[in-house]
Design a binder for this molecule. Structure first.
Ligand SMILES: [Zn+2]
Ligand SMILES: [Zn+2]
Length: 142
C-alpha cells in the first residue's frame, strides 16, 4: 500500500459520521440562524444556516408581498406592487420556525414570508442580482 494513501479518506468519513450523529449541525440554507435590521432601518438582514447572509430592503419585501390580496390566486411568479416611498416597518411577527410576518407602516400585515421562499428571493448579486425590482420575480430554484 502506498504510504499516505489510506488517511486521505478518513477525514471525510469522520465528517459524514459527525453529520449523522449531529444533524442539527449540518448547514441548512433554508434555516434562519439570525435576523436583524440594518442600522439605516430600511432592510431586514437574515443569516442562513449555510453561512449566506441576505439583505432584504423593506420596499423589496413589501413590493413582492406574497399574500393573496397582493398576488391573487393565479400562481406564477410574484408580481410587483409598488410600495409607498416612505414605507416603514412597524414590527415583525415570527411564525414559529416557519417564517416572518412583517407589519408595514401602510397598515398591511397579511404577508407571510416562509424561510424557504425568503431564501429563494434573496436579491444579492450571487442569487438574483436584483438591482431594480419591478418585474415579476423569478425565484431561485429550490
Ligand atoms: Zn400583501
Ligand atoms: Zn443571496
Amino acid at each position: 500500500m502506498e504510504p499516505g494513501g489510506q488517511p486521505v479518506a478518513a477525514p471525510l468519513n469522520r465528517a459524514i459520521a459527525h453529520s449523522l450523529l449531529y444533524p442539527s449541525l449540518v448547514a441548512n440554507k433554508y434555516t434562519c440562524e439570525e435576523r436583524w435590521m440594518t442600522e439605516e432601518g430600511d432592510a431586514i438582514v437574515v443569516a442562513w444556516g449555510d453561512g449566506h447572509v441576505s439583505t432584504y430592503p423593506f420596499t423589496y419585501l413589501r413590493g413582492y408581498c406574497p399574500c393573496a390580496a397582493c398576488q391573487g390566486h393565479g400562481g406564477g411568479p410574484p408580481e410587483w406592487q409598488s410600495p409607498a416611498a416612505d414605507l416603514g416597518l412597524q414590527g415583525v411577527r415570527l411564525v414559529g420556525a416557519y417564517g416572518i410576518n412583517p407589519v408595514w407602516s401602510d397598515g398591511h400585515d397579511t404577508g407571510i414570508f416562509a424561510n424557504i421562499k425568503l431564501r429563494r428571493m434573496c436579491p444579492c448579486s450571487d442569487c438574483l442580482d436584483m438591482k431594480e425590482p419591478g418585474a415579476p420575480l423569478q425565484l431561485m430554484p429550490e
